[in-house]
Design a protein around this ligand. Structure first.
Ligand code: 6PG
Length: 261
């Protein structure tokens, strides 16, 4: 399916989703680096992507990826120390970064240990500005941003009814998430929607009902923030396994693409 919601790719199971994603990341990185010399990748957190990162950390993908020219960022982070069990950085470090020859200076984690989450957000925005060489007010254009979707329709740390949904200027914000009684750090919608590629990786029947609402329901983006992801000049792809796609309408399922290529 290529339409207002981008492309939908339905795989039989999570293993196929991960293989498609890993191959797609390597292909995108190799092609982008061939023309631009660098590939900027923002990782998602949660549990789904851990297996993807482990896949990328092993042959054949680990040997194919031009890690020296890949710049790694995070789409969001919990307001915890980098060695905390909930840290998205820790998860990616254990699953991927500790196993690949990526230069430390290519890894741009959020300073989520700072007591003031707002200061951590500003610091990360400065890191993005510096790494991308942005002019004041200029948006970064990530080559690929990976996203997941929660059962409540959140993505990154853009949670329903949270203040970050309205942010149109800052690149990164500290977003209070009342239902979790915590503050999260997240890239904002202007940044995500300015990416060249945004790929959702969504797996499992528990996401099926929300995915149908997000893709086929009426617009209630404050309730379902994943509906706000709409790259202005980039490719949006929904990488789904069959259980997650189970409630999508037949016409949407029939128009799904066969691969990322
Ligand atoms: C996080 C993620 C979050 C995640 C969704 C889905 O920090 O938790 O960035 O947005 O992608 O909660 O998580 P799963 O894919 O693990 O269900």
């Amino acid at each position: 399916m290529s339409g207002s919601h981008g492309q939908i790719l339905i795989c039989r199971n999570i293993d196929e989703v991960l293989q498609e994603a890993a191959s797609g990341i390597i292909d995108a990185a190799q092609n982008t680096i061939a023309s631009e010399g660098v590939f900027t990748l923002a990782l998602s957190g949660g549990s789904t992507p851990r297996a993807l990162y482990q896949l990328l950390a092993a042959p054949p993908f680990a040997d194919e990826a031009p890690w020296q020219q890949i710049q790694i960022f995070w789409g969001d982070e919990r307001h915890v120390a980098p060695d905390h069990q909930d840290s998205n950085y820790r998860m990616a470090r254990e699953a991927l970064l500790d196993h690949i020859p990526i230069p430390p200076e290519n890894v741009h984690r959020m300073l989520s240990e700072l007591p003031n989450a707002g200061a951590a957000a500003i610091t990360y925005a400065d890191e993005i500005h510096r790494t991308f060489g942005l002019e004041p007010g200029e948006l970064p254009r990530f080559d690929l941003i990976l996203l997941g979707m929660g059962e409540d329709g959140h993505t990154a740390s853009l949670f329903p009814h949270s203040p970050a949904l309205a942010e149109r200027t800052a690149l990164v914000v500290a977003n209070p998430v009342s239902k979790l009684n915590t503050t999260r750090l997240t890239l904002t919608l202007p940044v995500i929607n300015n990416a060249a590629r945004v790929w959702f990786l969504i797996s499992g029947g528990a996401k099926a009902e929300m995915l149908k609402i997000v893709l086929e329901g009426s617009e209630h983006s404050d309730e379902y923030p994943s509906q706000l992801i709409a790259p202005t000049d980039g490719d949006l792809v929904w990488l789904l396994d069959a259980p997650a796609a189970a409630q999508l309408s037949p016409n949407l399922r029939q128009s799904a693409v066969a691969g990322l290529g």
